[in-house]
Design a protein around this ligand. Structure first.
Ligand code: 5GP
Ligand code: SF4
Ligand code: MG
Length: 465
């Protein structure tokens, strides 16, 4: 998901709408905005579909006045499977004795089922099926005096990954979990402050990047500026390495590094680790593009657009149903026949998950008359599900969970298939000596099975580590 918040700018919700538009790649199912105006109180709107189709209408934006607003773009992960209902669309709002508060959450709470059961037994009335709603109910039960203190209380009971943007009548609040799994950055525009999942959504409104919110940090922003605190037991951070590989936008800066440059470097590493003689390097657009550029630069094999992407389709991987995902490949991608014919082609993609996309693409390339097809993948084999906010399927559906690299190559029926090594990936994100086995610098659980937070709901439901 993508989260965004603005304080101290006239018609803050207009800026939030722009920010959410720039974060659309993080969630395309639905979006929502909550705002506050001293004369008009709290207002909100939640809509299915793209930001640009909803939050551009003047008639809607007029109902969202005030200098303080937060927003969310949704992509459903654990919890509510299948069809999103409008009641699951964030931000969530709660009315407390000391006034209202709204929250928007990116990540996934790994003990949400247990918390929900406990809260319901003690009288909480849930409105949605979302794991994030637990935070509001935990806040309601807290005995602390102020809303930020209640949030601290609530988040200390929550396990898993959370970046949160929240607001009261006078404050904009941002928090990252102690491991800092999901991103969150602070920006500034004139007298106003901005919180955003990624820096690309600061650029769109012309806001200046100030700094990242630190893992385990809570910032409370009001008229009197930015107040920072660290409410959790300190831990070594474990940022999601897959944000670098796929999830974030390539024009964002994370941890002082250009996401584009990291992806290009992955391609360089791949070409060093798994070279192959061929005529063309082609990306599977858009997610494979920077790595394909790096592969081509390192290997000297010409880069070419062998697959053309229809720009009017979103991210396939974010489509919740398998059927649409299957259809999606042809709706979204087509082979550039004239270029491919008779050529030995290296295809570079970001990941192989279920293998359905990769298989279809290979068929399309062979149909177009390619002489050979070699897959080079910009992440290690995805052998484990993510429980921290990326919607990988159950373990059984992951190709790499049941097959060796050789079996996958046979299954995809390609001439060769190679994944970047875990150490190669770490080198590409700037860790010169690779992955520190004793204490990994990132979360890489979907590749390594090394889960930095035990997924306690899943374990209760029979998941085996
Ligand atoms: P597959 O071949 O596994 O079906 O799909 C891999 C391709 O689709 C990659 O280009 C990746 O961007 C995208 N993709 C499809 N589904 C998923 C998913 O569940 N997780 C991830 N990480 N990528 C996916
Ligand atoms: Fe990111 Fe993978 Fe960890 Fe999920 S399991 S947070 S996708 S690195
Ligand atoms: Mg892709």
């Amino acid at each position: 998901c993508g989260i965004y918040g603005v304080i101290g700018l006239t018609d803050a919700s207009n800026f939030v709408a722009l920010g959410l538009h720039a974060l659309q790649h993080r969630g395309q199912e639905a979006g929502g905005i909550v705002c506050y105006h001293p004369d008009h109180g709290f207002n909100s709107a939640r809509r299915f579909g793209y930001v640009r189709d909803n939050f551009t209408k003047q008639s809607l934006m007029e109902t969202l006045p005030g200098p303080l607003a937060i927003g969310h773009v949704r992509y459903s992960t654990a919890g509510s499977k299948g069809q999103t209902q409008i009641r699951d669309v964030q931000p969530f709002f709660g009315e407390f004795a000391m006034g209202g508060a709204a929250i928007a959450h990116n990540g996934n709470i790994t003990n949400a089922e247990a918390l929900r059961r406990e809260l319901i037994e003690r009288g909480s009335i849930f409105q949605s099926s979302s794991d994030s709603e637990c935070i509001i109910h935990l806040m309601a039960r807290s005995l602390q005096r102020t809303i930020p203190e209640r949030m601290e209380d609530a988040l200390r009971r929550v396990e898993g990954a959370f970046s949160v943007v929240a607001m009261t009548r006078t404050k904009l609040i941002g928090v990252r979990d102690p491991l800092g799994v999901r991103p969150l950055v602070l920006g500034q525009l004139g007298d106003g402050w901005v919180l955003s999942s990624e820096t690309c959504a600061l650029d769109i409104i012309g806001a200046k990047f100030v700094r990242e919110i630190e893992p385990g940090e809570m910032v409370v922003i009001s008229d009197s500026g930015v107040d920072s605190r660290f409410p959790f037991r300190p831990q070594k951070s474990r940022f999601c390495i897959f944000e670098h590989v796929y999830f974030s936008r390539p024009d964002s800066i994370i941890g002082g590094r250009s996401v584009y440059e990291t992806r290009r470097q992955i391609g360089v590493e791949l070409a060093k680790e798994s070279p192959v003689d061929a005529d063309l390097v082609c990306p599977v657009p858009d997610s494979g593009t920077p790595a394909a550029i790096g592969f081509s630069q390192q290997s000297g094999i010409p880069y070419a657009m062998g697959i053309i992407r229809n720009q009017y389709m979103g991210r396939t991987f974010i489509e919740p149903t398998e059927q649409i995902r299957n259809m999606g490949v042809r709706l979204k991608l087509n082979v550039n026949r004239a270029l491919i014919q008779g050529k030995r082609v290296i295809l570079v993609d970001d990941s192989v998950v279920r293998g359905t996309t990769s298989r279809k693409i290979k068929e399309m390339i062979l149909d177009a008359g390619a002489a050979e097809v070699h897959f080079r993948i910009a992440s290690p084999p995805t052998a484990w599900p993510c429980f921290y906010g990326v919607d990988t399927p159950q373990r059984e559906k992951l190709l790499a969970a049941t097959m060796s690299e050789d079996e996958m190559r046979e299954h995809l029926a390609v001439d060769s298939l190679k994944f970047i090594s875990l150490d190669g990936l770490y080198r590409a994100v700037g860790e010169a000596s690779g992955r520190n086995k004793a204490c990994p610098q990132y979360c890489d659980a979907c590749f390594s099975g090394d889960y930095p937070v035990a997924p306690s709901d899943q374990i209760k439901n029979g998941f085996e580590l």
